[in-house]
Design a protein around this ligand. Structure first.
Ligand SMILES: [Zn+2]
Length: 418
């Protein structure tokens, strides 16, 4: 087993002689902000930038190397600690990674000459080899595999009683995976832990659209929405199965048109209703997930795997689904998650009234589904239950097919992903 000349635990780099480097030379945000916080020199050896106001802009590279070392150790360890050793079979039983490759994989520099990267690699020494902690399987991998298995179970194997199914309760097909029966609890805990709820204040304006071929819809706001009308919930939707009606809306009128439009509607008129929340509601907000931290962000690096999983989960349940019949299957996982959030809720949380998500059809714009809504009449409040949101109908307008296509063209719909 080859011994490295410089061990990863040797004396701090900060005590050695290194040039100064500025924040602009790193693309990694954690390394760049570390440099800013520890700047002590007014010029950068690598990009030759100089301070223009006398404030220091560059930090001692040795200090940055110590941080790089700590960051790498959140993912890699000495082979002895991670792998078994069998001399007759050629050494460590598992993959070893050369320090050069590790640094090139994780440290993002913006220095074009390559000098900074070479100095970092040389500082660690080329002959260190490390092993991935836990063979490179992260908590994020386990969550991702477990979610995939959950989707497979509820789409193709057991949809209504999977949570009581012994096989799904005790084990997962994935190593260390979360059994399908426990996946919803795990997901709710993560949503709660990252604080992914927000309040939509009273007065929030919401838009809903309905396509129709008759010149006018009957003069009843309920025609514009599945407002507690289960008999009208004929189709399967992203968050609600056929038979369970929910109120899908957007925060602007173009988004509601794009969200509702389907090619067979191209000759039809669209009526857009404007509503307002008559009370503050709490929704799960999937639109503003925390940013994925770098491994060099020592305060947040241990949230990296879960945030990456949440981003993948959000992308999965909001991805465009083609309405070719298979949507009834593809929507099942998000429908179950929605029902769980509505009926079971998040740990130690008040009741949740809906889910806010990014529109799959209108980039940069958001949509919301409210689990249950009741229109407030002029005579007073509707009878409301805990998860029912009172909304006020404000006004509506009808667009001709030509006006609809002008609106569709001007709002630059997102390209479909396959
Ligand atoms: Zn620089």
């Amino acid at each position: 087993m080859g011994q490295a000349k410089r061990e990863i635990d040797d004396r701090p780099f900060a005590e050695e002689t290194f040039p100064d480097v500025c924040a602009n030379c790193f693309n990694d945000p954690a390394l760049a902000s570390f440099v800013k916080a520890h700047a002590s020199a007014d010029s950068c050896f690598y990009c030759e930038r100089e301070s223009d106001n006398g404030e220091p802009i560059a930090a001692h590279l040795g200090k940055v190397l110590d941080l790089i070392n700590l960051g790498i150790r959140t993912r890699y360890n000495c082979p002895e600690a991670e792998l078994s050793y069998a001399g007759r079979e050629g050494g460590f039983q598992g993959s070893l990674h050369e320090m050069r490759d590790i640094i090139q994989d994780w440290v993002e520099v913006s220095d074009n000459s390559g000098d900074l990267m070479e100095d970092i690699i040389e500082a660690f020494g080329d002959d260190i080899e490390l092993a991935r902690i836990n063979h490179g399987v992260t908590g994020g991998d386990i969550l991702r595999w477990s979610w995939k298995e959950f989707c497979n179970v509820v789409k193709h194997e057991s949809r209504y009683v999977f949570f009581r199914d012994k096989d799904r309760h005790e084990s997962s097909r994935e190593p260390d995976g979360i059994p399908a029966a426990q996946m919803l609890d795990a997901l709710a805990s993560i949503i709660q832990r990252f604080g992914l709820t927000r309040k939509l204040p009273t007065g929030t304006t919401l838009f809903r659209c309905r396509f129709h071929n008759e010149p006018q819809l009957p003069d009843d706001p309920r025609e514009l929405g599945q407002l507690r009308q289960p008999d009208r919930a004929k189709t399967s939707n992203r968050m609600s199965p056929a038979g369970i009606s929910m109120f899908y809306a957007a925060f602007d009128s173009d988004t509601t048109i794009l969200e509702t439009y389907a090619p067979h509607e191209h000759d039809n008129r669209a009526t857009i209703g404007k509503f307002q929340l008559d009370e503050e509601v709490t929704v799960v907000d999937l639109t503003a997930l925390p940013s994925i931290p770098s491994i060099f962000d020592l305060e947040r690096h241990d949230t990296k795997d879960e945030i990456e999983f949440l981003c993948g989960f959000r992308n999965h349940i909001t991805a465009p689904v083609s309405k070719d019949g298979f949507e009834h299957v593809e929507y099942v996982p998000s429908q179950i998650v929605t029902e769980y959030i509505r009926r079971v809720g998040l740990p130690n949380s008040e009741s949740i009234h809906g889910i806010m998500y990014s529109s799959a059809k209108h980039r940069g714009h958001n949509a919301v589904v409210l689990f249950s809504t009741a229109i407030l009449s002029e005579t007073g409040k509707p009878r409301s239950s805990d998860d029912t949101t009172s909304i006020k109908f404000i006004t509506r307008s009808t667009l001709s097919p030509e006006e609809v296509s002008a609106r569709l063209n001007s709002s630059v719909p997102m390209t479909r992903t396959s």
